[in-house]
Write a protein that binds this ligand. Structure first.
Ligand code: SF4
Length: 379
């Protein structure tokens, strides 16, 4: 395996909680950003031994809404990462932002810190839909933020979109895709809304206040995205991710190739040296634990050989490149076909999988029923 890893930094602050959100994010506690930054920097010291001489090839500052905190906090964190670890010269450094929470100054600051990729959470073009899912911004604010980002020199921008929203029509979805494409971002992510237990939207559905979109409409939206974006030169390189050539997200590709990564901050996950662990998700408990010089661990587990193989398949098959046979054999000491031949033959016969010389991939037809494909690889 390569000696480089991805580094994720979780910034759990938001202006307001979106109705569908089940991420670890907190509204109304922005004042804690400075002690949180101190805790992140302290955690970095605690993880330094584990990271050792591994090089950092990607940094992803996610959330939450990292763009609502002081840019000096982001700067201090990135500075400390560079001081503590070997960050590769051409590292991909991404920050997630929300429309309306950046300006010319903050974007220029980000550039000066070496941030070279922006991920903007738009979700939908129609303001009535944005309001209905609890977003804080309008599409006009998105366009302003996007244009400011271009002016500041960002030439690698992702736009996050969501489909399958209650009340969303196929016409609105097509309009969203077309409007975004006309701006020409390098990367577009299209996520299918999941209404998770514990969210306000879940309760609204349970109370009968809103009705989830039916499955057929949802599938049609996904297919439309694949077709429309494909025609516009965006390759689907992972189930939900589309990029112009040369702009695939390296940080996320590392997850899908089951590579190593370390996450800092509350609720952040890591996977290194056969251990997967998660940090505690409570903001205050994370801060208190780290301040008391304790590791902010929620859980850790050992990933055995068989599990690692299965996870490599499960993640790699989400991508258009699939699982590379040579890399699989080098990593696990067994040929891919020898281990999974039965599943590959069965799925290939059904037209759900392609088995070529260098890799095993899920076909377009298989991508539509990905979960049932992956089940075949269960240990
Ligand atoms: S902006 Fe993102 S992280 Fe924050 S509440 Fe909305 S969905 Fe959750």
């Amino acid at each position: 395996m390569s000696n480089s890893i991805g580094l994720y930094v979780h910034i759990p602050f938001c202006a307001k909680k979106c109705l569908y959100c089940d991420f670890t994010s907190y509204a109304g506690v922005l004042a804690k950003q400075y002690v949180y930054k101190d805790a992140i920097i302290k955690e970095m010291g605690m993880r330094a031994n584990m990271i050792g001489d591994k090089r950092i090839s990607t940094i992803f500052i996610g959330g939450g809404t990292p763009s609502i905190i002081d840019t000096a906090v982001i700067n201090a964190i990135i500075d400390e990462v560079r001081k503590n670890f070997h960050v590769e010269q051409d590292a991909e450094v991404t920050i997630e932002i929300n429309p309306g929470t950046v300006n010319a100054k903050s974007l220029t600051d980000y550039r000066a810190m070496g941030i070279n990729r922006l991920s903007i959470g738009l979700q939908a073009w129609q303001d009535e839909l944005l309001k209905a899912i609890g977003r804080i911004h309008t599409s006009a604010e998105f366009v302003d933020s996007y244009n400011e980002a271009r002016k500041a020199g960002f030439d690698n921008i992702n736009v996050d979109l969501m489909f399958g929203l209650p009340q969303q029509t196929i016409g609105q979805w097509i309009h969203t895709l077309q409007a975004v494409v006309s701006l020409g971002p390098e990367h577009i992510s299209c996520y299918d809304l999941q209404i998770e237990e514990g969210t306000r939207m879940y309760k609204m559905v349970a109370d009968g206040d809103i009705k989830p979109l039916d499955e057929d409409a949802d599938r049609l939206m996904y297919k439309t995205a694949v077709e429309l974006l494909g025609n516009e030169g965006y390759e689907r390189y992972e189930v939900s991710n589309f990029a112009k050539p040369g702009f695939r997200c390296r940080h996320n590709l590392n997850y899908w190739y089951n590579g190593h990564y370390v996450g800092l901050g509350c609720a952040a996950h890591s996977y290194l040296n056969h251990i997967r662990w998660a940090n505690m998700s409570g903001l205050q408990s994370y801060i208190d634990t780290v301040s008391d010089d304790n590791i902010p661990m929620d859980f850790e587990e050992y990933i055995d050989h068989d599990t690692e193989m299965f996870e490599t398949m499960m993640l790699g098959l989400r991508t258009s490149e699939g699982v590379n046979k040579k890399l699989f054999e080098e990593r696990f000491g067994i040929q891919l076909y020898q281990r999974y031949g039965h599943a590959i033959d069965k799925l290939s016969a059904m037209g759900l999988m392609c088995d070529d010389e260098s890799a095993v991939k899920v076909s377009d037809k298989g991508m539509d029923v990905l979960n049932s494909v992956l089940v075949e690889f269960l240990p």
